[in-house]
Write a protein that binds this ligand. Structure first.
Ligand code: ZN
Length: 427
C-alpha cells in the first residue's frame, strides 16, 4: 500500500492516511495507507492539476560542477568555492533553481554535451546525481537526432519551393517526451555505467577540435578584405560540401566492403554520423514522392544550395565561427578557449529551444555581438556571470508568476515545505 504525504482524511476509514500514490502528467491519485481505499471499491481517486508551461533553462556544465562543489562539503573544491567571490551567487542560484524545478515552473534538461563533459571529469557519478535532481528525468534528445530533424524539415520546404528561411521550432525536435507535466515526488535514477574508453575518446575529440580551431584562427588572422558574411557563407557552404563528400566516400567504402577489399566492421558499415544528415534530406525527398534513384542526386543539390545556411544548427555554428574569424582578423591574440568547439556544438542545438541559457562569458559575448544578436533572434535570454544579477531577477519573476491555484496544488501534492531547496543530497 504505497502512498506518501501529505495525508488527508480517508473517505472510507476516516483516518488521516489518505496519501498520494502517483502523480502523472496533469493528474494525481490518492490511496489510503491503512485500508487501501479505493482499491476494490470500483472508484478511482484521481484529482486534476493545473496545466503547466515550464520554462526550459539550459545550464552549462560549469554551473553543474559549481553546484556539486557547493553541495558536497567533503570535496576539496568546496573550500575553494567558499572563498570564491561568486560564492554567494552560486548558493543563491542553486537555492532558486532547485526550488523552481520542484515548483514545476522550470526544467533544466540533461543534454548530450553534459554527458560527454561529465564523462571527461573525475566526478562522473557525483555530477550525474546533480543532473538527476535538476532534470527530473527530462533530457534533450541526442543532438545528432535534432540535427536530422532540422535537416529533414528544411529539405522538405526547399523541395516544395516553400519558405525555408523561417524555421518553426517545436519541442518535438528536441525533447523525448512532453515536458509540461507534473512530476512525481520521486525520480528514477538510471544506473549508467561509466566507460573509461569514452573518457579518452571525448578528450581526444576535444583536443583534435581545439587544434583545428587554432589553425582556423591563424588562417583568419591573415585573410584580407573579408566581411562577417564572407566567413559565414564559407563556413555554411563548407558544411554542405563536406557532407556530400563524406557521404560519397562512405558509398565507395561500402562498395569496397561488398567486393571484399575492406573488412566489414560496425563503423565501416554505418559510416560517419554525417551520413545520417545526408540521409535525412534524402528521406524527406522520398517521402514527397521522389524515386530512390533520384533522391541522392537531389540531396547533393540541396547540400550545395543556399538552403543549407537556413538549417538552424548550421546557421548558428557558422555565425559563431564567423564571429571568431572577425575577432582573429581584428587582431585578437588570445585563442578561443579549449572547450569552444564543444560550446558551439551545444549552442547550435539548444539555443533556439530554451527560454534561457546560462553559459560562459565568452559565449555570451559572441551571441550578443551584431549581427548574431539580431540574426539569431529566438527570444532566448542569455546569461553568464557577467549579468548574473539579471539571471537571479529572471528566476524571481518566474517564481512570482505562479498563480494561487498553482501554489495551492503544490501544497496539495508535495506538502507545505515540499519545494524547499535541498542542500543535503550528499549527506
Ligand atoms: Zn482508509
Amino acid at each position: 500500500m504505497f502512498s506518501h504525504s501529505p495525508f488527508i482524511n480517508c473517505p472510507n476509514c476516516n483516518e488521516t492516511y489518505f496519501g498520494i500514490s502517483t502523480i502523472n502528467d496533469n493528474k494525481y491519485y490518492r490511496r489510503c495507507k491503512l485500508c487501501d481505499y479505493p482499491v476494490n471499491s470500483q472508484k478511482s481517486c484521481s484529482f486534476n492539476l493545473p496545466p503547466l508551461t515550464k520554462k526550459v533553462i539550459y545550464l552549462d556544465q560549469f554551473v553543474v560542477s559549481k553546484f556539486l562543489f557547493l553541495l558536497n562539503k567533503e570535496m576539496p573544491q568546496y573550500q575553494r568555492l567558499k572563498e570564491d567571490k561568486h560564492y554567494k551567487f552560486w548558493f543563491e542560484l542553486y537555492s532558486k533553481i532547485d526550488e523552481l524545478v520542484k515548483m514545476q515552473l522550470i526544467i533544466c534538461p540533461e543534454s548530450t554535451s553534459h554527458s560527454h563533459e561529465s564523462a571527461m571529469s573525475d566526478y562522473y557519478y557525483l555530477i550525474k546525481k546533480i543532473y538527476e535532481r535538476l532534470s527530473y528525468n527530462s533530457s534533450f534528445k541526442n543532438f545528432h537526432d535534432t540535427k536530422k530533424h532540422q535537416t529533414y524539415k528544411v529539405a522538405t520546404l526547399w523541395n516544395r519551393n516553400e519558405n525555408f528561411q523561417r524555421y518553426e521550432f517545436c519541442s518535438k525536435d528536441i525533447f523525448h517526451n512532453y515536458i509540461n507535466k507534473w512530476h512525481d515526488k520521486f525520480y528514477f535514477t538510471f544506473p549508467r555505467k561509466y566507460i573509461a574508453d569514452s573518457k579518452n575518446e571525448y578528450k581526444s575529440t576535444r583536443d583534435k577540435e581545439s587544434s583545428i580551431l587554432k589553425n582556423s584562427f591563424d588562417r583568419w588572422k591573415k585573410e584580407k578584405n573579408k566581411t562577417f558574411y564572407d566567413w559565414f557563407n564559407a563556413e555554411a557552404s563548407s558544411y554542405g560540401t563536406t557532407t556530400i563528400s563524406m557521404y560519397y566516400n562512405h558509398l565507395l567504402n561500402l562498395e569496397k566492403i561488398s567486393n571484399g577489399k575492406v573488412k566489414p566492421t560496425f563503423e565501416n558499415i554505418s559510416g560517419p554520423l554525417v551520413v545520417d544528415i545526408f540521409d535525412a534530406a534524402r528521406l524527406s525527398f522520398e517521402s514527397d514522392g521522389l524515386a530512390k534513384s533520384e533522391s541522392a542526386i537531389k540531396s547533393m543539390h540541396f547540400f550545395q544550395s543556399d538552403a543549407v545556411k537556413y538549417i538552424p544548427f548550421v546557421r548558428i555554428s557558422s555565425m559563431l565561427l564567423a564571429s571568431l574569424a572577425r575577432r582573429a582578423n581584428a587582431g585578437q591574440k588570445k585563442y578561443p578557449t579549449e572547450g569552444m568547439f564543444q560550446d558551439i556544438h551545444t549552442l547550435e542545438i539548444v539555443t533556439p529551444y530554451c527560454d534561457a541559457i546560462f553559459i560562459d562569458n565568452e559565449c555570451n559575448d559572441l551571441l550578443n555581438e551584431k549581427p548574431l544578436k539580431t540574426e539569431l533572434n529566438y527570444d532566448t535570454k542569455i546569461f553568464s556571470l557577467k549579468n548574473k544579477d539579471e539571471f537571479i531577477e529572471y528566476l524571481d519573476i518566474i517564481k512570482s508568476s505562479a498563480s494561487q491555484e498553482h501554489l495551492n496544488a503544490l501544497e496539495e501534492v508535495y506538502g507545505k515545505d515540499g519545494c524547499k531547496p535541498n542542500f543535503n543530497i550528499f549527506k
